[in-house]
Write a protein that binds this ligand. Sequence first.
Ligand SMILES: Cc1ncc(COP(=O)(O)O)c(C=O)c1O
Length: 389
Amino acid sequence: MKPSNISSLIRYPIRDVVLEAKKEEKKGKKIIYLNIGDPCAYDFDPPKQIVDGVKKALDQKYKGYAPSAGDPELREAIAKIEGCGNESVFVTSGLSEGIEFAMRLLLDTGDSILLPNPTYPLYLSKADVLSTKTLLYECDDEWHPDPEDIRKKIEKRTKAIVVINPNNPTGAVYPRKVLEEIANIAAENNLAIIADECYDHVIFEEGVQMHKLKDIAKDCLVFSGNSLSKNFLYPGSRVGYVAIHRDKEGLFTDAFNRICNQRLSVNWEFQRAAIAAYNMNFDFLKPSLAKLKRRRDIIRKRVEEIPGLRMMSPPAALYAFIQVEGYKGTDWDFVYDLLRTEGVLTVPGSAFYKDPKKRLFFRATLLPDEKTLDEAMGKLQKFMKARVG
Ligand SMILES: Cc1ncc(COP(=O)(O)O)c(C=O)c1O
C-alpha cells in the first residue's frame, strides 16, 4: 500500500522547515524561530474575556456537537459586523477550513482560480488537491495587485479571484482604487471574490486604511473570510468564519450548509468564547499594535544597514518579506544555510512567491521580542557578511 497521489501534493513549507530546525536543536543548537505567525508563541496573549469565555462555556456544558453552520449567537454577532443575514455566516475551524470550503464550492476539477503573487501557500495546496489550476496575478513594487494582469489572466474556466488584504507574506494593505478595479473585473466576468481579510485589524502604520471588499464589490458574489487567529491573537481557538455576500439565488449558502454538515461542527466552547470577541471593540489590540510597529522598525532599520538585503516596510500583518541579493544558491539553500550556520529559522520566499524576475526572498515574522529580534538580526548580518560580503 502507498499513500494516495493526492496526499503527495500536500505541502506546507511554513511548518516543513521546522523539521530541519528540530534536528539542529537536537544537536544542541539554539534556534531563533522567525518562521510562524503565531502570536501566542511569542509575548502576545488573547484578551482575557475570550479565554474566560472558554472556561465558562465548559462549565455550562457546551460539550456536545454545535449546530454545523455555527452557534446561532455567534453567527448573529458576526452577521452584525459583516452586514449580512445570520444565515449567510458559517463558522469554520479557523479561516483555513473556510478557505477549503469556499474553494470546494466554487471549483470543479479543471476550473481555475486567480491568486495573488505572492500568496498565502494554503491556497496553492488546496487548489492542487482539488485538481484545479492556479493563475497567479502580479503585484507592483509596493505589493499592490495589478488589475490589468488579473484581467489578462482570466480564462474560460476561471471561477474566482482571491484577494488577501492585508497580505501575508508582504504586509501590504490595498488602496481602495485597486479593490474597486478588482470588483469591476469580477462583476464583468461573473467571478466570485474570496476576500481573505484575517489581518484587517492588525494594521500598525498610522493613516493606513483598510477597505473591506464586501463594501466595494456590490455586483458579484463575495466570500468574506476572517478568524480569531490574528485579530484576536488566538490561533489555538480554531474559530474562523466565512460570510457570503450577494448570493442572489441562495445556492452557495445552501451548498455551504451541506459542506458544514458533513464535518459536524467546530468546538462549541471556543465558539461560545468567540461571541465575546465579536462583541468587543478593538482597544485591547492597541498595545500589541504598538509592539508590532516597534519590532517592524527594528527589522526595517537593520535590513537597511545590511548590504544585500531590502524590503518594503510592511504597514500591517505579522511579517517582513525580505529580498536577498548576491547569495549563491536558491532560497531553500539560503534558509537552511542560515539555520545551520546561525540558528535563525525563516521561510523560503518561493513558498509564497513565484517571482517572474527569479529574485530570492525569505519571510520573517515581526512577532519576537525586541531583544530576540536584535540578536536574530545580528546573526543575519554576520551571515550576510560571510556569504555576500
Ligand atoms: C492570509 C491567511 N489566511 C488564512 C490563514 C489561516 O488562518 P486560521 O486558519 O488560523 O484562521 C492565515 C494564517 O496564517 C493567513 O495568513
